[in-house]
Design a protein around this ligand. Structure first.
Ligand SMILES: [Zn+2]
Length: 103
């Protein structure tokens, strides 16, 4: 058992029960596999991945919903911001009905 698995309540409390990425409200009883894809499900995220030197310590853990965890995966902040900007540009193009948006 990792240190994270032993302390889900303390990790949940760090964001007052919200996904650290999207801000959605999480439900404490839906931690880990019990939550599955239900709304409010959550898992523990390594803010800095272990392979990048992140510690296996509560200071490096935050609660995250499975959808965000899947999207975030190994990406760093710079990559995530770039994806958000591209998504906003694409959404505007679709809204305008431009050729690019149609594609
Ligand atoms: Zn989320």
């Amino acid at each position: 058992m990792t240190r994270a698995a032993a302390r889900p309540k303390a990790i949940f409390a760090k964001t007052k029960g919200h996904c650290h990425f999207c801000g959605d409200k999480l439900r404490p009883e839906l931690y880990g596999r019990r939550g599955g894809a239900k709304r409010g499900a959550w898992v523990i995220d390594h803010v800095i991945q272990r392979k990048r030197g992140g510690k296996d310590d509560i200071e490096n853990y935050l609660p995250i919903c499975p959808k965000c965890n899947h999207l975030r995966w190994h990406r760093r902040g710079e990559n995530l911001r770039e994806l958000l900007v591209l998504g906003l540009v694409a959404k505007d193009e679709v809204k305008k009905g431009s050729g690019l948006g149609e594609r």
